[in-house]
Design a protein around this ligand. Structure first.
Ligand SMILES: Cc1cc2nc3c(=O)[nH]c(=O)nc-3n(C[C@H](O)[C@H](O)[C@H](O)COP(=O)(O)OP(=O)(O)OC[C@H]3O[C@@H](n4cnc5c(N)ncnc54)[C@H](O)[C@@H]3O)c2cc1C
Length: 395
């Protein structure tokens, strides 16, 4: 496509920034409109597998990522009360050898900052802040992005990377009410220096128990421990990463769990516990009009059980850029992107939902049988991590 094509992106999250970085690298004219008054992400971690890391490396970010990321040795699924290892997914060298890029744990603010720098280094005027997008207006030969303050920005393509409550998605597919899963996610971080020496190996531990599980891994060269815990809880509806909840409720949720979980919870700052209601949305297969398209959580929000929401957003950025490069006109490009992404996204969304059941079984016998039946390591290596958004054939 002509490099003068004007591409307007709603949202400067990980997905919007990755798309902008990739499109700018290929020479397009890109503008991002972000509702927030400043660029940033919350203080939690993100697990990032080879498909996304390859895209980030291709953007020239290998060195900066390696400076801040942790390379876990494995995922260890553990029984909630005894710590018995139920299943192990080797990462580190094996992930690198099998899939051609490392598996990383990264602080969200770090990856967001690295991507924002990558965008702003290429075009210092790319991001407009305080710009809430309300929708778009499409004409025969162009498209306008509509902002809440009345501005109408003219372009050729609109990309909705505006997250789980996307205004662009609402306009393309109509409002699709979320299904509350009856689960909440707690999140908190602990400074490793507060924990006993050699508290945990450099792994990602997924503690599985009745009606809840907790995921624990290191960030920032091991200086910070990230704690995310999903709990069945019918009374909390707030779908926001930034709403605080009572530490005592977190402590009560994990009464009777292994002493390592107690040690982590006891060392969390009591006023720094956040809780987010986990909603689920069924996969959708229509992501576009002739000139507007959605990506990332706007297109395929997912439960976090495969740790692949942000990974998919970064994969989208690469495949969307390639589709734009490979087509002369906008509808064909957006159609190629949608055609090549919907099935993988749907498989991850439904697969993540199913995994929730495995993580929340009732007792040791059920967990041992469940993990014996379902070889998570094999499944993930065969299709989830084996995908390469930079080289996969686009049909
Ligand atoms: C508990 C939990 C753990 C997770 N762990 C992982 C993990 O380990 N690995 C992984 O890959 N994924 C993980 N995810 C998923 C991941 O966080 C998301 O999939 C990812 O952040 C989506 O990125 P995005 O850019 O599409 O959307 P967002 O990050 O939501 O960004 C959207 C951006 O758009 C802006 N915006 C919204 N509305 C408007 C508007 N109207 N106008 C202008 N701007 C707007 C927002 O301010 C924001 O900046 C996890 C999710 C949860 C809930």
């Amino acid at each position: 496509m002509d490099k003068s094509t004007r591409i307007l992106i709603a949202g400067a999250g990980i997905g919007g920034l990755a798309a902008a970085a990739s499109l700018l690298k290929d020479g397009y004219n890109v503008r991002i409109f972000e509702q927030a008054p400043e660029l940033g992400e919350i203080g939690a971690g993100i697990q990032c597998s080879a498909p996304a890391v390859k895209v980030l490396h291709n953007l020239g970010l290998e060195k900066r990522l390696a400076e801040v990321a942790v390379k876990p040795k494995a995922f260890e699924f553990r029984l909630y009360n005894t710590g018995e290892v139920l299943h192990r997914v080797p990462l580190a060298e094996q992930h690198l050898q099998m899939h051609g890029a490392p598996y990383y744990h990264i602080h969200r603010s770090d990856i967001h900052q690295i991507l924002a720098d990558c965008v702003l280094d290429q075009d210092a005027d790319c991001v407009t802040l305080n710009a809430e997008v309300t929708g778009f207006e499409e004409t025969d030969d162009g498209i306008f992005l509509l902002l809440a303050d009345g501005r109408r920005i003219e372009g050729d393509i609109v990309i909705g990377a505006d997250g789980i409550k996307s205004a662009i998605r609402d306009q393309i597919v109509g409002k699709t009410p979320p299904d509350y899963t009856g689960q909440v996610a707690w999140r908190a971080t602990v400074l490793t220096e507060r924990l006993p020496g050699n508290f945990m190996d450099i792994i990602s531990a997924i503690w599985c128990g009745p009606k809840k599980h907790a995921v624990v891994y290191y960030l920032r060269s091991g200086k910070v421990l990230n704690f995310v815990a999903c709990v069945e809880n019918d009374s909390w509806q707030e779908e926001s990463w930034t709403v605080k909840a009572d530490w005592q409720e977190l402590k009560d949720d994990f009464a009777g769990w292994h002493r390592d979980i107690q040690t982590i919870i006891d060392n969390i700052d009591k006023d720094q516990c956040y809780r987010w209601a986990l909603n689920n949305r069924k996969p959708i297969y229509n992501w576009r009009t002739d000139r507007a398209v959605i990506m990332g959580d706007a297109a395929h929000p997912t439960l976090p059980y495969m740790a692949s929401g942000a990974v998919m957003a970064i994969e989208d950025a690469a495949v969307l850029t390639r589709s734009i490069n490979m087509n002369e006109n906008v509808p064909d490009a957006l159609d190629m992107f949608q055609r090549n992404r919907v099935d993988r996204a749907a498989k991850i969304v439904t697969g993540s939902t199913e995994l929730g059941d495995l993580y929340h079984l009732s007792n040791k016998r059920e967990f041992e049988a469940g993990f014996k039946k379902r070889n998570v390591a094999k499944e993930r290596n065969e299709w989830l991590y084996a995908y390469d958004p930079l080289t996969v054939e686009l049909v």
